[in-house]
Design a protein around this ligand. Structure first.
Ligand SMILES: [Zn+2]
Length: 154
């Protein structure tokens, strides 16, 4: 078993623990967080400031999407959604899914067509294959050797 002084990280791909030496004064090796210096924002003010910046970044992202005429994902339908609005929303959802399925089906058919066409082409090329000079020469050479071998037998 690994000594307790080794890195204490558990392995993902198999049973056991990392066997590297930990970073001095730490419990993990440099690959498993030993170099980590802890959270960057510790005071409540710093955390609040960071959250504000993150929210601002998210808003800016949505503003860019809206400017491009796109909708952002996520969110839940409004609690006071009218039955009519709900029906429209669900219909739009079904429509989007249907369009996606049709597109997938078309791609599948397209791929099958391309494969069949390539197969036919390959078969035709094989049928109308004319031997090259080198192939004729090799064939002639083979026959000559066979003839000589037959002669030697007598
Ligand atoms: Zn480790």
């Amino acid at each position: 078993m690994a000594s307790p002084r080794r890195c204490r990280a558990r392995l993902r791909h198999k049973a056991g623990r990392c066997r590297n030496w930990p970073v001095p004064g730490k419990a993990r090796c440099r690959f498993h967080g030993g170099l980590c210096t802890g959270p960057r924002y510790t005071s409540p003010e710093k955390i609040a400031e960071r959250a504000k910046k993150m929210a601002a970044g998210r808003d800016a992202h949505f503003a860019r999407l809206h400017a491009a005429g796109l909708k952002h994902c996520g969110g839940r339908p409004p609690a006071n959604e009218s039955p009519d609005a709900r029906r429209r929303r669900l219909e739009a959802k079904l429509l989007r899914r249907e369009v996606k399925l049709i597109r997938l089906k078309e791609e599948k058919i397209e791929r099958a067509w391309v494969e069949a066409a390539e197969k036919t082409k390959a078969m035709r090329e094989e049928e109308s294959h004319e031997p090259s000079f080198e192939e004729l020469q090799a064939d002639f050479e083979r026959r000559r050797r066979e003839a000589l071998a037959r002669l030697r037998r007598y």
